[in-house]
Design a protein. Sequence first.
Length: 244
Amino acid sequence: MKAFHQPFEKKREDIFLNLSAKSYRWGNPMANSMRQLSWSEAFHIPLTEISTMNSQHRNLRSTIEAFATRVSRLAESLAEILAQKSGIKSSYFQENCLPNTSYLRLNRYPPCPFSSKVFGLLPHSDSSFLTIVYQDRVGGLQLMRDGKWFGVKPNPNALIVNIGDLFQALSNGVYKSIKHRVVAAEKVERFSVAYFYCPSNNAVIQSCGTPVLYRKFSFREYKEQNDKDVKETGDKVGLSRFLL
Ligand SMILES: O=C(O)CCC(=O)C(=O)O
Ligand SMILES: [Fe+2]
């Protein structure tokens, strides 16, 4: 929270946390209408870089490390349990996801005077195997199910586990990557932490099942394609790009 409450000019400096460029994100640089704006800011932290973090943020770093260590074990166990049902090798996650190949995102949603006109976070799916989210008591996270949006009731004693794009590909569509968004609150700020369980860039995601729905791709390829699509179309096209 302290990091977020620093002046904007400070947060946007690359040396603020001393992580790679664009670790600090806000709004949506591609927006060309109010509806495309995200009323939020975030620190997107690749865990590979945690050791380079500015020593001034020692407490933040050790909190992130402690949280990531515990949540990564949980993510691995859950992924292995889900994998059993879809023919994925049980050692797949241990072989491809190291403790530092995942990402952590600290989100802040400031109070929003136009909460009926803008989202806190635009509808999207995550490019992870699984995402584990901790949200505070404010609420606002919604999931799409059967074409309708459902709010996730805030419970500070619970974690939310979402399926991401990579699990959908790996399980050949058995598990579906969940579309979600955050509705902005008018009067209060909201915080959340998302842990994106991801493999190394070279890891190959190959669908298990017949007929195979997606061509195999590396995680690097998936991220590069998404970045390219976001630059060109303003949005992530996602897995449909890899359909056979
Ligand atoms: O703030 C939330 O509850 C969700 C955050 C999220 O979806 C993300 O960071 O990708
Ligand atoms: Fe998300």
